[in-house]
Ligand binder design. Structure first.
Ligand code: SF4
Ligand code: SF4
Length: 163
């Protein structure tokens, strides 16, 4: 038993040494390189104000309490029942996709954008009016190189430039 354990430890150390000395870089040189994501990638969510029927299913199904129905200030009239629309809180979203899947009018769609930096907690909350404006675009000092992750039998993951 002790011999077996020792062999396992030696193997683990050898694997660690192989990656340390091998010099194969698995991380991206972000933001000089950015990864091209596959279709279906779950990034920030786009909201279509015009097709939304305000059913509230997206908020109801959200397991993280990230999608909520907010009073739509520009559509609600005094003395009448307030009109509510969905908004999202990215500090809570786990990108599970339940809201996108359940929406009966396809008013919510995932984008491939995930790399947006925020300075404050509040900036990550998108009430309906802000949700409607679309997702913020990441800003780079210089145009990044797009790369694709390729599974390499020997090295694990390597990145290839996208033509
Ligand atoms: S992706 Fe999931 S966690 Fe995020 S808002 Fe939609 S349902 Fe909620
Ligand atoms: S986004 Fe879709 S699920 Fe959410 S309130 Fe609008 S129509 Fe309903």
């Amino acid at each position: 038993m002790a011999v077996e354990r020792t062999i396992r430890h030696i193997k683990a150390l050898a694997t660690g040494a192989k990656y340390m000395l091998g010099g194969h870089r698995l991380t991206l040189m972000y933001p000089d390189d950015i990864q091209e994501f596959p279709d279906g990638y779950r990034g920030m969510i786009e909201y279509d104000w015009d097709t939304c029927i305000k059913c509230g299913l997206c908020a109801m199904v959200c397991p993280a309490d990230a999608m909520k129905m907010y009073v739509s200030k520009e559509e609600s009239e005094e003395g009448k029942r307030p009109v509510r629309r969905p908004g999202i809180n990215y500090t809570r979203c786990i990108f599970c996709g339940f809201c996108v899947d359940i929406c009966p009018t396809n008013s919510l769609k995932f984008t491939k954008v995930h790399d947006v930096a925020f300075y404050t907690f509040e900036e990550q909350i998108y009430p309906p009016e802000r949700f409607r404006e679309g997702i913020p675009k990441p800003q780079y000092d210089k145009e990044p190189r797009k790369v694709r992750a390729v599974l390499d039998e020997k090295r694990g993951i390597r990145y290839e430039p996208v033509e």
